[in-house]
Design a protein around this ligand. Structure first.
Ligand code: ADP
Ligand code: ADP
Ligand code: MG
Ligand code: MG
Length: 540
């Protein structure tokens, strides 16, 4: 399958690109012989947010490193790279990027760049949050950003003691309060919950409203949609080459990505469109339950969780969402029998395969050894077709487990969990570090396995488009983060989304063409209308 250009290394086994890289003459950078090559750069636009959409390993972070002046591109001439910006300035003669690179090389513009891997920050940045942000506060926005990004509670904490989500918000805040002309945000929403993602959208968009040029790389399609004015899609072959598309309007661009065809470029990036289905509510009293639990209660020092009694049926995927620190992982651990509830019980003695939220890679050895030891069905035909292939494990079999990227490790962890024999497959935040394509492919693979084994799955996640794509039913967690949480029983998606979004005071509509969920602008006509009739999540 594929287009004939794709080898079996194509991670999705579906990408077919019409342009051969040889036919492209706009090489911007090549890392070396037989190494990744980038074709083209996106342009910037004052007062706008440009979104960048594309798979992992296609050159997105490389673009930001070039545009922020951290790396001088070699225009494909890796054997004789220039040590200054003259060639690239000359290359872009007559276009907007000429003056951009000229000013950049002369230090006449100021660039702010939030890097992708915020977990590396504590290695380079010392001190507590309050000092750090007030030192960065060139625009006098300290108070404002602390409030919007909910950072009051961590102001006195040392950077080294922050969780991933806290670190991410501090990194966004530090970029925001700095005075710059161009702002680059590389994956700003990893580890954030839905409310925090939308607050990040607010903060980053307000930079554009202040006249700044902003660029954002993002894999959460609802967030990308809400944050961007325009988007550029990157396509090609991951790890080999990446091509930057023309700039497209945000709705048209995301729809083109979903449909798998870029009209202006005449390039098919996927065989089939991604299809969103509008599922009718599942009747509550049908089907046979695979597990049921009574009302549950669990308290830690300072935090308590209560869960409404519920059940999970055969062949269904139940998603669970809610703020960070509200008890989702605690609930998962109770189901997995890793934590004993103070009150109530899980009624059946069921076998659970569990992918924890934080995965560690202290395994010494290659991916293949890891699978051999940890994935019971490894080697079987089912494993080959239903797991190995969708998760593109072939590509990483020879890599050391402790050298995998976040996305590669996530794929390995989800795949290993799916290979186990269990009644319920439990995934705690499986989309972290995965790109759009990998998220949806993982969703499909989970669906296929549980249906073929007549089992069920519970998935905790923050990506609304992903949740919409895979949920049969959903649980909502509400309360006060870090203090108390209350889990609803699994309900149909419309009811649970309504409950969740009402609390967040945001509404979603569906795109007419692709049916994907889109955030309504606050106080727009649809937003007010939907709030009035209590339909925060339109299923139409
Ligand atoms: P993305 O951000 O889209 O996931 P990157 O821009 O980080 O992708 O990387 C694109 C490709 O370039 C990857 O295959 C990566 O391994 C490769 N690459 C990135 N940096 C270097 C480097 N310094 N040397 C060699 N290859 C690199
Ligand atoms: P979520 O997965 O929704 O982000 P968690 O279930 O991980 O939330 O945590 C909910 C709250 O319980 C947090 O405030 C967390 O600090 C606290 N907590 C979780 N596990 C423990 C534990 N073993 N001991 C004490 N507090 C805990
Ligand atoms: Mg990247
Ligand atoms: Mg959690």
């Amino acid at each position: 399958s594929g287009c004939g250009i794709c080898t079996n290394r194509c991670p999705f086994n579906a990408i077919s690109v019409i342009n051969l890289p040889e036919a492209l003459d706009n090489s911007i950078h090549r890392f070396g012989q037989n190494m990744f090559e980038l074709f083209g750069l996106p342009t910037l636009s004052e007062g706008s947010v440009i979104g960048i959409l594309g798979p992992n390993g296609i050159g997105k972070s490389t673009i930001m490193r070039i545009l922020s002046g951290e790396m001088i591109p070699n225009l494909g001439n890796w054997e004789n790279p220039a040590d200054n910006w003259d060639e690239i300035i000359d290359y872009y003669k007559g276009s907007q990027l000429q003056s951009y690179f000229k000013n950049l090389s002369e230090g006449k513009i100021k660039v702010i760049h939030k890097p992708q891997m915020v977990d590396q920050l504590p290695k380079f940045v010392k001190g507590n949050v309050s000092e750090l942000l007030s030192n960065a506060d060139e625009r006098n926005k300290f108070e404002e950003v602390i409030e919007t990004l909910d950072l009051e509670n961590v102001l006195n904490r040392e950077i080294t003691n922050l969780s991933g989500g806290e670190l991410q918000r501090v990194a966004i805040a530090a970029s925001y309060v700095r005075e710059g002309d161009f702002y680059y945000f590389d994956e700003p929403t990893s580890w954030l919950d839905v409310r925090q993602r939308l607050n990040a959208v607010k903060v980053i968009r307000s930079l554009a409203e202040d006249g700044k040029s902003v660029m954002v790389i993002e894999h959460d399609l609802a967030t990308l949609d809400a944050i961007s004015d325009y988007i550029n899609i990157l396509y090609g072959q991951t790890g080999a080459y990446g091509v930057v598309s023309q700039m497209k309007g945000v709705r048209i661009g995301i729809n083109a990505y979903i449909n798998g065809f870029l009209k202006e470029e005449n390039v098919r990036i996927r065989k089939q469109p991604i299809e969103f289905s509008i599922r009718p509510p599942t009747p509550e009293d049908e089907g046979e339950s695979i597990v049921s639990y009574t009302n549950l209660k669990k308290s830690y020092d300072g935090f308590s969780l209560t869960a409404e009694s519920g059940e999970i049926f055969h062949d269904e995927i139940v998603t669970a969402f809610g703020s960070n620190g509200i008890g989702k992982t605690t609930f998962a651990k109770i189901l997995a029998n890793e934590v004993k509830p103070d009150e109530g019980e899980v009624e059946e003695d069921i076998k659970i395969a569990y992918k924890p939220q934080y995965i560690v890679s202290d395994f010494e050895g290659r991916v293949e050894d890891f699978l051999y030891m940890n994935a019971p069905s490894y080697g079987s035909n089912i494993f080959k077709t239903e797991i190995m292939k969708p998760f593109s494990l072939e590509d990483i079999l020879d890599k050391q487990v402790n050298e995998l990227s976040g996305g590669e490790l996530q794929r390995l962890a989800v795949a290993t969990t799916l290979s186990k024999d269990a009644d319920i497959y439990l995934f705690d935040e499986p989309t972290a570090f995965l790109d759009v394509e990998q998220r949806l492919i993982a969703g499909k693979a989970i669906r296929k396995i549980i249906e073929s084994k007549n089992t069920a799955s519970l998935i905790i996640d923050h990506d609304i488009v992903f949740i919409d794509y895979i949920s049969d039913r959903a649980m909502v967690f509400q309360g006060e983060p870090g203090l108390k949480g209350k889990a609803s029983k699994p309900m149909d998606l419309r009811t649970s989304m309504n409950k969740f979004l009402k609390d967040l005071k945001i509404t979603f509509r569906r795109d007419k063409e692709t049916k994907r969920p889109r955030v309504n602008k606050l106080d727009s006509y649809l937003d007010r209308e939907q709030k009035e009739i209590g339909e925060y999540y339109y299923l139409k």
